[in-house]
Design a protein around this ligand. Structure first.
Ligand SMILES: NC(=O)c1ccc[n+]([C@@H]2O[C@H](COP(=O)([O-])OP(=O)(O)OC[C@H]3O[C@@H](n4cnc5c(N)ncnc54)[C@H](OP(=O)(O)O)[C@@H]3O)[C@@H](O)[C@H]2O)c1
Ligand SMILES: *[C@@H]1O[C@H](CO)[C@@H](O)[C@H](O)[C@H]1NC(C)=O
Ligand SMILES: *[C@@H]1O[C@H](CO)[C@@H](O)[C@H](O)[C@H]1NC(C)=O
Ligand SMILES: *[C@@H]1O[C@H](CO)[C@@H](O)[C@H](O)[C@H]1NC(C)=O
Ligand SMILES: *[C@@H]1O[C@H](CO)[C@@H](O)[C@H](O)[C@H]1NC(C)=O
Ligand SMILES: *[C@@H]1O[C@H](CO)[C@@H](O)[C@H](O)[C@H]1NC(C)=O
Length: 339
């Protein structure tokens, strides 16, 4: 293992996923890694770019990767995980996700095995149900909702994967409060984490707080708000967050880049951030966010700059209603009363 990695590993594990960085003492040695506060996102990283990104990330000191079968690049990620200079498996965290077409209980084990074989690793740290929606398999790429497979059917099959030692933890992604509640009321092995879209333009602070109270780690996806190019047409009135005056001013005050400031805020509010980049300089830059801290007053000011803008919402494409009772840019936040 690189010496540099060991040092940053020690620094990173001093942070906790569920508390602000400055409140949490260094954890005693534990047999299992807990989720590191920053990881490398891998959606839209194509082929060799994905292998390279992982290589750059390890070199920079990342010990956390956010992968998914649906990203279509797990074999390329695996190339870097099986390379001779890769760190030892126990020293880094890998999350992957079960795609919608494999929700039927009989398909779940196969899906994870395919992911593990593509990634060339013996186990995952975290396996997420990517969306709370089952699709029928084998529809030639079309998304046809499977009305007969429930979230709980799939969750039960995921619990078996923990029992089989194929993943250390299981969790969910893109769930509404009601969907999450259904899992929580019925789980034997309960969700370790919930990965959902949250960033300065979609803060969902009440929802984040609720998870923290219930010991469910929040993994913040698209932590850089609208920098993902697939989001660019969603709200034409919202410009790139890199040009946002509020963030530019704050970053300047801290003598860091806007991306570093945004990610630092995500970490300080207790969420795990997983910025994606295929560029080595940005991968290094983003990791620099672990050393930036804001005062209480600054944190409060950031709260006032929410836009309640959700960039990732396939409800219409799939013909299902996702994110019920959560911010979608048109409704008020009402879920808290129901739980
Ligand atoms: N569970 C889910 O349903 C779900 C949904 C969405 C995302 N995710 C996960 O979350 C990860 C991150 O979200 P995301 O990919 O949507 O968006 P993101 O990480 O917020 O932003 C990625 C974009 O920002 C650019 N970028 C990265 N660092 C930068 C920097 N320092 N300065 C300027 N530009 C920078 C990247 O460009 P370059 O690559 O060209 O540098 C890329 O275009 C994904 O990769 C995926 O792992 C999960
Ligand atoms: C997945 O792999 C494990 C370990 O190799 C094996 O025990 C299990 O039978 C496999 N499951 C399926 C559904 O192929
Ligand atoms: C899983 O790992 C535990 C701890 O190492 C072991 O006791 C158990 O037998 C393993 N289970 C399976 C199904 O391999
Ligand atoms: C969360 O974890 C803390 C510390 O382990 C514990 O005291 C608390 O009861 C847990 N809360 C819930 C809702 O599980
Ligand atoms: C600002 O950051 C740059 C680059 O990290 C560094 O060289 C410079 O000394 C810093 N300036 C101040 C005033 O801290
Ligand atoms: C954060 O700061 C510490 C202490 O100054 C330094 O050793 C470490 O390299 C920094 N980490 C990053 C990722 O910049």
């Amino acid at each position: 293992m690189h010496m540099r990695l060991v040092t940053v590993l020690a620094a990173l594990t001093a942070f906790s996923a569920t508390g602000s960085a400055d409140q949490v003492p260094i954890e005693p040695a534990k047999k299992d890694l807990s989720i590191p506060p920053i990881g490398l996102g891998l959606w839209n990283s194509k082929d060799k770019d994905a292998s390279k990104a992982v290589e750059y990330a390890f070199k920079a000191g990342y010990i956390h990767l956010d992968s998914a079968a649906a990203y279509g690049n797990e074999d390329y990620v695996g190339e870097s995980l099986s390379a001779s200079k890769a760190p030892s498996r126990k020293s880094y965290w890998v999350t992957s996700k079960l795609w919608n077409t494999a929700h039927q209980p009989k398909l779940v084990g196969e899906a994870l095995n395919k992911t593990l074989s593509d990634l060339s690793i013996p186990y995952l740290d975290l396996y997420l149900m990517h969306w709370p929606v089952a699709f029928l398999p084998d529809q030639g790429g079309r998304s046809v909702v499977d009305q007969d497979t429930t979230i709980l059917d799939t969750w039960r099959a995921m619990e078996d994967l923990v029992r089989a030692n194929l993943t250390k933890h299981i969790g969910v992604s893109n769930f509404s409060p009601r969907q999450l509640d259904e899992v929580l009321k019925n789980c034997d092995i309960c969700p370790y984490a919930h990965e959902f879209e949250t960033h300065p333009y979609l803060q969902q602070q009440d929802f984040v707080d609720w998870h923290q109270k219930n010991n469910i780690t929040v993994i913040a996806y698209s932590p850089l708000a609208n920098l993902n190019p697939t989001y660019k047409d969603k709200y034409p009135d919202i410009g790139s967050i890199l040009d946002d005056h509020f963030w530019k001013k704050l970053a300047k005050k801290k003598n860091v880049t806007v991306a570093q400031a945004i990610l630092a805020w995500g970490i300080q509010r207790g969420t795990v951030v997983i910025p994606k980049s295929v560029h080595e300089v940005r991968i290094i830059e983003n990791l620099g966010s672990v050393n930036v801290t804001f005062s209480k007053k600054e944190m409060k000011k950031i709260l006032a700059h929410d836009k309640r803008a959700r960039f990732n919402n396939p409800s219409e494409d799939w013909g299902v209603k996702l994110f019920e009772e959560l911010d979608d840019g048109t409704t008020r936040l009402m879920w808290a009363q129901d739980l």
